[in-house]
Each structure stands twice: as structure tokens, then as C-alpha cells.
Design a protein around this ligand. Structure first.
Ligand SMILES: [Zn+2]
Length: 276
């Protein structure tokens, strides 16, 4: 009996020793955890403030620094959403059935030489011309903003040309207006388009589509917000002959959508806004 009691006592003592030996260990461990958590959180806030600063200066490098991918991602994507400018002011029709309002006014800005456009889209054109040049493509504007008065002169000249060929005045006006829009019905009057050719050329002919300049425009114009306004095969809808040289500003957002859709502006506009 005595030996049994002795063994029990020793066991209790051993258990006690084991318990005491473990206790400081767990305490030490939890302390270590605390300090790591504290240093980790201070690191995180430091890093996230760095990444925020970086995303302001250069959004693309935020991920590289990225202490907190979630917060930097949401802040940059939030900013991205707000930054999408649809240029709604430029998303409208000007054609035979949608003339410009009489009181339509806008500020103009030079885009190349004497040629001017609506100041709200002038920089898009300026950037496009500059980037084309960097790519070795010399785009040359031959017409941009035209006053309503000048538009009338153009139409009169073209009408006379057809009258000389023996057409009646009415027929001549109808034929002329296929190539030269009636004043107030031309995008040139609104300063939102430009006729662009290769450097050194001044003749608006379908041959322009064979040039490197046309190829570059076909690939890149949408990025700068411009569409080929009078495409081949859409003449009956636009009411204007195929014009590979005429580029109309609708903003990069709509330009890409229109390009991808394969529709002309009349068709796309109807789909988006309905007829009016
Ligand atoms: Zn034009």
C-alpha cells in the first residue's frame, strides 16, 4: 500500500512538473503571436499607404508594391469606373433627317495647320495624328470644321457641275447632296469629323483605301474615338457614298462598340437609343 501511495505521489509531482513546464511555453508563444500580429498589421498599413500613393502616381505598379491587393484593387478599379468618359455629348446623329439645331455652337481648336475641330474632341485628333506619326504614318487632314456658309458654297459648286452635265436643277441637287451634305446636315458643320488622306494627296477618292494610312486608321482610329462614318455597303442607310477618308468622333467608348458591331452610326444609334 505504501509503495502504491508513493507511486501516485510521484505521478502527481511529474504531472505538476509537466504542467508547469508547458505553461510558460504557451504564454511565451501567445506573446510572440501578439507581437507578430502587431508588427504585421503595422506593416500592412504601411504597405497599403505606399500602394495607395503609388496607384495615384502610376496605377499599374500598385500590384507590385501591393501590401493589400484587395484595397488597392478596389480603389484603382473604382477610380477606373469613374474615369470612363463616354463622351455622350458626341453621340448623336447628323444626317438628312437629323440636321444640326440652328443655335448649335461650340468652341473650336486647331488640330492640324488651319484645320479646326470642336475643342472637346480636338485633342483626341491631335493625339491620333501624333501617334500615327510615331508609327511612321503621316495622316494629312484636308477638311475638318466647315461653316454652314462654306458648306452651301460646296453644295452649289457640285450642283452646278451636275447641271452642266445636263441634269435638271432638282436632279443635280439630289446628286450633289450624295457627296456634299446639305448645310446643317454635315458633320463638318459640327466640327466633329475630319477628312484624312495620305500626305501629299488632296483627292477624295476610294483609292485611299489602298494606302497604309487607311490601314492604320482602320486598325487604330477607334482607340481615339473615331469611326469610319460612311462605310462601304451602308450607302442606302447613311445616304452618303462610301468615304474611306471621313472620320467622325463619337468617343473611344462608342467608337469601339460601333466598330465591333459592324453597324453604321445610324444603325447603332437606333439600336441604342431607338428612332426619334
Ligand atoms: Zn468629310
Amino acid at each position: 500500500m505504501k509503495s502504491v501511495k508513493y507511486i501516485l505521489l510521484i505521478s502527481i509531482l511529474l504531472l505538476g512538473i509537466v504542467f508547469l513546464a508547458t505553461l510558460p511555453g504557451t504564454m511565451r508563444k501567445s506573446k510572440t503571436e501578439e507581437s507578430t500580429t502587431a508588427s504585421a498589421s503595422s506593416q500592412t498599413s504601411e504597405q497599403s499607404s505606399v500602394s495607395l500613393n503609388t496607384s495615384v502616381a502610376d496605377g499599374s505598379s500598385a500590384i507590385v508594391v501591393g501590401g493589400e491587393p484587395e484595397s488597392s484593387a478596389s480603389s484603382s478599379s473604382g477610380g477606373g469606373d469613374a474615369a470612363v468618359d463616354k463622351n455622350e455629348w458626341a453621340f448623336f446623329l447628323i444626317n438628312q433627317t437629323h440636321p444640326l439645331p440652328d443655335n448649335y455652337t461650340f468652341e473650336r481648336k486647331a488640330v492640324q495647320g488651319k484645320f479646326e475641330m470642336d475643342a472637346r474632341c480636338a485633342d483626341y485628333m491631335i493625339n491620333m495624328l501624333a501617334d500615327a506619326k510615331k508609327a511612321g504614318v503621316n495622316l494629312n487632314i484636308v477638311s475638318a470644321y466647315r461653316s454652314v456658309e462654306y458648306q452651301q458654297t460646296l453644295l452649289d459648286n457640285d450642283t452646278k457641275k451636275y447641271e452642266k452635265q445636263g441634269y435638271s436643277h432638282e436632279e443635280a441637287v439630289k446628286m450633289a447632296s450624295q457627296a456634299v451634305a446639305i448645310p446643317g446636315q454635315s458633320e463638318h458643320n459640327a466640327g466633329i469629323c475630319a477628312d484624312i488622306l495620305e500626305a501629299g494627296s488632296y483627292s477624295l477618292t476610294e483609292d485611299f483605301e489602298k494606302t497604309d494610312e487607311f490601314k492604320w486608321l482602320s486598325e487604330n482610329a477607334a482607340k481615339y474615338g473615331f469611326i469610319l462614318r460612311y462605310p462601304k455597303g451602308k450607302e442606302k442607310i447613311t445616304g452618303i457614298e462610301y468615304e474611306p477618308w471621313h472620320y467622325r468622333f463619337v468617343g473611344p467608348y462608342y467608337a469601339q462598340k460601333i466598330k465591333d458591331s459592324g453597324l453604321c452610326l445610324e444603325e447603332y444609334y437606333e439600336k441604342e437609343k431607338g428612332t426619334n
